[in-house]
Design a protein around this ligand. Sequence first.
Ligand code: MLT
Ligand code: ZN
Length: 447
Amino acid sequence: MVGKEHVLTDPQLRAGYERDWTGRFGSDALAVVRPGTVEQVAAVVALCAREGVAIVPQGGNTGLVGGSVPRGGEVVLSLRRLRELGPVDATAGQVEVGAGVTLHELQEHARAAGMEFGMDMASRGSATVGGMIATNAGGSQVMRYGSMCDQVLGVEAVLGSGQVIQRLSGLPKDNAGYDLVGLLAGSEGTLGVVTRARLRVVPRPRYRAVALLGFASVEGALEALAATRAAISSLLSADVFFREGMELVCAHLGSERPFTAAAQAYLLLEAASTHDVAPDLFHVLDRVPGVLGSAAATEPRDRQRLWAYRERHTEAINAAGIPHKLDIAVPPGAVAAFERELRALLAAEAPEARLFLFGHLAEGNFHVNIIGLPPEDERVDGLVLELVARHGGTISSEHGVGIAKARWLPLVRSEADIAAMAAVKRALDPALVLNPGVILGPLDRPA
Ligand code: MLT
Ligand code: ZN
């Protein structure tokens, strides 16, 4: 169906598709299948559904919750060959691309047409459009432009039955029936396989300014965020990290700290617009109380240097050990208490473990990274997620539920809610072959 050369069974050729970024999740695949067209995707899905062979759809393999690598014996369906880049339509503010296009390729494509794709994240070189839709990815610009689902105007996808649905008209107002596009966004490859997408592009902000600020606690960072958000409309990003992360990243990169003052919490702000944003941003920040140290940048290289302290967290942590990585969010009012209680919980329950906390402050979205725990020991993961639920938060903010967190879904979703999701799953993937176990955990197979 896809050509012999695109069915990889040799263990060496399969290896790059079988383990995730953290090194915590992965197993042997039956084969890696690399279709080059939507028709080939549909044929492979239909065959697997007929034969009852499980499929793990995969984009750039940057997933962090075990949802895009095999658990043992599945077909990995790699969508990376679907790489068409359609023309950027400046009138509609849209572009149509294949699922295998990387975020970086999409960003460059939009920029070449004088526009911008409104999302960014450290994995831009590998993360693909299809994977970003499947996980409803977030990143560092959600405050301004929303998550991936907010960029998606339409998709082409292959459902579990092998049937193809196409909603690519790009009509911003189109209410003819259920929002299947919205349903597929965040479905983590359990309902359908996205093969193509129609995406929103926005005016290109030619002026950017970045400031990195140090505070004695996360409360200071929250106060600074509130003041900036209220004063300027050009705020794009507000990411947060802590002293341990700064020390780890500096040691990993062999770089100096951005300023000498010792801070416990760091806030990285970026403003961007079609006009010069630096004067407004720096004017507001001059008046923010409690700033222990700061660094600012407007030129691309200097901005990148400041972002590296935040963006290089993932690789620095992976180099230090296999992390238990819990992507969660709590309401803004609960952020400070959650951070305090999380540190107390770990000190009491796993004093030998090391905590690295970072994320996207505007959404209360923290990446709780714990190293020093055995990879298969999930006791502390459970305690952390229970703490999140007690604070009115979510156990899955932007990475997905995957395999990693499926057993804790009832912490944040009711029985009725889970039953409704299972009914949708059974309707769109009647043979239950699409990414089994992801989100909902094991479901009874049809006879
Ligand atoms: C990030 O914010 O850098 C990503 O979500 C990746 C991660 O959490 O490691
Ligand atoms: Zn993130």
